[in-house]
Design a binder for this molecule. Structure first.
Ligand SMILES: [Zn+2]
Length: 72
């Protein structure tokens, strides 16, 4: 998964995040990628926090998608 934007000629960094699904609390290993510049920026921590807060595992994401279809 990519956090933020990586420009064409920008160096990217790979890192691991401890992710928990915000719905079922299942642990999901998160291999993440972002640009080197962004990794050192202040908004990085905030984005990671937001990302963690809203993270859904594959199963919950599918459920949500199906629910949406039924409701619409
Ligand atoms: Zn889940």
């Amino acid at each position: 998964m990519i956090i933020g934007k990586i420009g064409e000629n920008e160096k990217s960094i790979r890192f691991e995040l401890d992710l928990n699904c915000s719905n079922c609390k299942k642990k999901v290993p998160g291999g993440m990628k972002c640009s080197e510049k962004f990794y050192q920026s202040k908004s990085f921590d905030k984005q990671i926090l937001d990302f963690k807060k809203n993270y859904l595992c594959g199963i919950c994401r599918d459920k949500k998608r199906i629910k949406k279809k039924i409701n619409s």
